[in-house]
Design a protein around this ligand. Structure first.
Ligand code: PEP
Ligand code: MN
Length: 261
């Protein structure tokens, strides 16, 4: 596979790329408040979910296309590129039309090769960077397969995101981390960066710092942390979001030099 290192995506991303922003875009004002709060945090990318794949119906499923233009303010306030999740071809078309710089494929989509292939077809002929979250279940082949499908349609700016795996017996985490998987992936795919999403691993904001440090210790290449100005009242993933100030404290207290042998 031919994979371009995240540092060479032409987006000015650092070795340890920091991604922050809300689980869901809720309003233009919310995006602006969060972006302003993240000034000075050395962010590489601003994230926001516009289409939200909820496990069960009846909860907030995202604002949709209208929220894409709100992200312009985050880009301007922070002077960084923005990233959204895409789960089907209409999402891809809307995101490309709105000049979103980076896309990501969520855990509920990576599990389905047909969905991944459809997304890939919609991306053929572009060279937009794509980050691929691990599938819900601990299946390295599905994760690898999604990355290969992207590569086959000519997307070589690909990174992976470890967001943990669903495990009904797991009590400590919302999604259990399986650190051998990203390490294995990095060995199998030269050049691929693997970012950790401690928010969806943790499920509660109290353990985000410790999960983040573990990710760095295991040699992962960055962090994606859900950040909201009023986490308790967030429209999705309220328990795991942190304020921009807490985000900065978490990052300041991480030891980026500590790696395990
Ligand atoms: C998210 O990033 O908000 C999200 C839905 O994540 P995941 O696909 O990891 O569940
Ligand atoms: Mn979320």
């Amino acid at each position: 596979m031919d994979i371009v290192d995240i540092k060479d995506w032409g987006l000015g991303l650092d070795e340890h790329v920091l991604i922050a922003g809300p689980c869901s875009a809720e309003s233009q004002q919310q995006i602006e408040i969060i972006a302003k709060g993240l000034r000075g945090a050395n962010l590489g990318l601003f994230r926001a979910g516009v289409w939200k794949p909820r496990t069960r119906p009846g909860s907030f499923e995202g604002i949709g296309n209208d929220a894409l233009s709100w992200l312009n303010s985050a880009r301007e306030i922070l002077n960084v590129p923005v990233t959204v999740e895409v789960a089907n071809t209409s999402h891809v078309e809307a995101a490309l039309k709105a000049d979103i710089e980076v896309l990501w494929i969520g855990a509920r989509t990576t599990v389905n090769p047909f969905s991944v292939q459809e997304i890939c077809e919609a991306l053929r002929g572009t060279d937009i960077p794509v980050m691929v979250k691990n599938p819900i279940n601990p299946d390295l082949q599905l994760w690898l397969g999604a990355i290969e499908r992207l590569n086959k349609v000519g997307i070589n700016k690909v990174a992976a995101i470890h967001r943990g795996f669903s495990d009904p017996y797991e009590k400590r985490y919302r999604n259990k981390p399986e650190w051998s998987m990203p390490i294995h992936l990095k060995r199998m795919i030269p050049g691929i960066s693997v970012i950790c999403d401690p928010s969806h691993i943790a499920g509660t904001r109290e353990i985000i710092a410790s999960v983040s440090q573990r990710a760095i210790n295991f040699g992962l290449d960055g962090l994606m942390i859900e950040t909201h100005h009023d986490p308790d009242n967030a429209w999705s993933d309220a328990k795991q979001q942190v304020t921009p100030d807490t985000f900065k404290i978490i990052i300041e207290n991480l030891n980026f030099r500590e790696t395990l042998d």
